[in-house]
Design a protein around this ligand. Structure first.
Ligand SMILES: *Cc1c(COP(=O)(O)O)cnc(C)c1O
Length: 433
C-alpha cells in the first residue's frame, strides 16, 4: 500500500490521520437525512411512557435515555501538565458511560432498534395505533405476544447488554452471539437477565456472521445487524439535538468563532458515525469530529484511508485485532457507516492500549468519574490534537488557530457504569507497556 498512514497503522504505530475526503457540509449529499433523525426522535417520544414503566430509573428524565454533559477542568489541566496537550478552550465529557439501562452509548442505538422492531410488530398485530399510550405494551398480554419472537445480535459486549436487557424487558427471547473479546462479566450479566449467550472463539465479524445466519433461518427471529443497520445509526444520531440543549444550558456557543471538537471511540462505526452525522446536521463545518481506535484494531481508519471500507480488515494488513478495549475490538468496519463518513469525518487517532488505563486513572483521580477502558480512548483526542503535525495542519488549514482559545472539546465517554466493583479494582491496577 502506498498510503503513508496505512504503512504506519500496519506497523501498529500510533497515528493521527486527517480525512482528505472531508467536504464543506453545504456541498454534501447523503443517503440519510434530518427527517430520519426526527422520525427516530418521535418514536422514542412515543415509547417514553413504556420506558418509564419498564425502567423506573428513567422516570426523572421522563423516559428519555439521556446522559449529562460535564465540564472536566481538572482533567484538562492534568492533560496539559502530564502530557503537554496545550489544549485551550473547555474540555467536557459526554457521559454516555452513565446512560440508563445499558451503561454505555449502546443504550442509544441498541434500545432504539429493539423499540422500532417492537412498534412494527405491535402495529401489524393491532396491539396499538400510533396515537396510543405505549405503556400498554408492558402488559402481560403483550409480553406473551412478544415472547413468540426472538431477537438476535452479534456483540463484543455492550451492544449485547443493551439489546439483551431491552429485549428481555419487552418479553422477547434473546440470543447474543459474543466474540472471544467479550469480557466475562458482560456475559454473566446477560445470563442473569435470562439471555442466551453463545460464545465464539473467533472475532467479532465471525460472531455477527453466525448470528445473522441462525436468525435468518428462523422466520420469527429478527437480527440486529451492527454492520449495516440504519436503525441503530439513527438511534445514535438522536444524541445531537439533546447535546445542543445541554450546551445552551451551560451557555456554550458553537458557531464560526467557537468551534466544537468531538472525540469518539470507534469500533464497527455505528455509534460514533451516528453521533457524528447528527452533529454535522446541526453545526456543519463548525463541528470537527474525530474517531479514536486501538493500534491493533483501527478498522474504520483502514477502511476509510484505503477507500475499501468493509472490503478490508485489520488482519489483512497483519494486525491482530486484539485489544483491551473490548468495545473497539472490531477488525472490519461497517461499510454503510464508512461511506456516510467519507465527507463528514475530520480524522482519526490510534492509540496503544496502555493509554486506556492511564487516562482512566487520570480521570478518576482528577474528576472522580469512572469509565471502562474502551471509553477512555476518547481522551487521546484532546491529549494529542496539538501534538501531531497532521492535526496541527488541519487546524491551520481550517483557519482555526485563533479560535482554539474559544473552542469546546468533548470526549465522548462511551461506557462504564455497569462495570462491577471487583473488575474496576482490577482495571485501576492495570499497567501496560
Ligand atoms: C460499542 C462501543 C463503542 C463503539 O461503537 P461502534 O458502534 O462499535 O463503533 C465505543 N465504546 C464503547 C464502550 C462501546 O461499547
Amino acid at each position: 500500500m502506498e498510503i503513508p498512514v496505512v504503512k504506519k497503522i500496519a506497523a501498529a504505530e500510533e497515528a493521527a490521520w486527517v480525512n482528505p475526503g472531508l467536504r464543506p457540509y453545504g456541498e454534501v449529499s447523503l443517503e440519510v437525512t434530518m427527517e430520519d433523525i426526527e422520525d427516530a426522535e418521535d418514536r422514542l417520544a412515543r415509547f417514553a411512557p413504556f420506558i418509564v414503566k419498564c425502567f423506573p430509573e428513567t422516570a426523572d428524565r421522563g423516559g428519555l435515555i439521556e446522559s449529562s454533559l460535564t465540564p472536566v477542568p481538572k482533567m484538562q489541566a492534568y492533560l496539559d501538565k502530564a502530557y503537554g496537550s496545550g489544549i485551550r478552550g473547555r474540555l467536557m465529557v459526554k457521559q454516555d458511560s452513565h446512560l440508563a439501562i445499558a451503561g454505555s452509548v449502546k443504550a442509544r442505538g441498541g434500545i432504539y432498534e429493539v423499540l422500532k422492531h417492537t412498534e412494527d410488530l405491535a402495529l401489524e398485530a393491532g396491539l396499538i395505533t400510533i396515537g396510543d399510550d405505549y405503556s400498554v405494551l408492558a402488559s402481560e398480554a403483550c409480553r406473551k405476544f412478544f415472547r413468540q419472537y426472538t431477537i438476535q445480535v452479534g456483540s463484543t459486549g455492550n451492544l449485547g447488554l443493551s439489546i439483551g436487557i431491552a429485549s428481555a424487558a419487552v418479553g422477547y427471547e434473546v440470543i447474543v452471539h459474543m466474540s472471544a473479546d467479550a469480557r466475562q462479566w458482560k456475559k454473566d450479566m446477560l445470563r442473569s437477565h435470562g439471555v442466551k449467550v453463545v460464545e465464539y472463539a473467533s472475532d467479532y465479524s465471525e460472531a455477527v456472521k453466525n448470528g445473522r445466519r441462525e436468525s435468518d433461518a428462523d422466520p420469527k427471529s429478527y437480527f440486529i445487524d451492527d454492520e449495516n443497520s440504519k436503525n441503530l445509526f439513527m438511534g445514535y444520531a438522536v444524541a445531537a439535538k439533546r447535546l445542543r440543549s445541554q450546551l445552551e444550558e451551560l451557555d456554550v456557543k458553537v458557531d464560526e468563532a467557537h468551534p466544537l471538537f468531538v472525540y469518539i471511540p470507534c469500533g464497527v462505526g455505528g455509534a460514533p458515525g451516528g453521533v457524528t452525522f447528527g452533529l454535522k446536521e446541526l453545526w456543519g463545518d463548525n463541528v470537527h469530529c474525530f474517531f479514536v481506535e486501538p493500534v491493533q484494531a483501527p478498522c474504520m481508519l483502514l477502511g476509510m484511508a484505503t477507500g475499501l471500507h468493509n472490503d478490508i480488515s485489520v488482519q489483512d494488513v497483519g494486525l491482530t485485532g486484539l485489544t483491551h478495549a473490548d468495545g473497539l475490538a472490531v477488525g472490519r468496519p461497517s461499510g454503510f457507516v464508512g461511506k456516510v463518513m467519507e465527507p463528514l469525518l475530520s480524522g482519526e487517532f490510534t492509540l496503544k492500549d496502555k493509554w486506556l488505563y492511564e487516562y482512566m486513572r487520570n480521570l478518576l483521580e482528577t474528576e472522580d468519574i469512572f469509565l471502562e477502558p474502551s471509553a477512555c480512548a476518547a481522551f487521546d483526542g484532546p491529549a494529542r490534537l496539538l501534538k501531531y503535525e497532521e492535526t496541527r495542519a488541519y487546524i491551520r488549514e481550517h483557519g482555526l488557530e485563533d479560535k482554539m482559545k474559544d473552542a469546546v472539546h468533548i470526549a465522548w465517554a462511551t461506557g462504564g457504569r455497569l462495570v462491577p466493583e471487583d473488575v474496576r479494582e482490577e482495571y485501576k491496577k492495570t499497567c501496560l507497556d
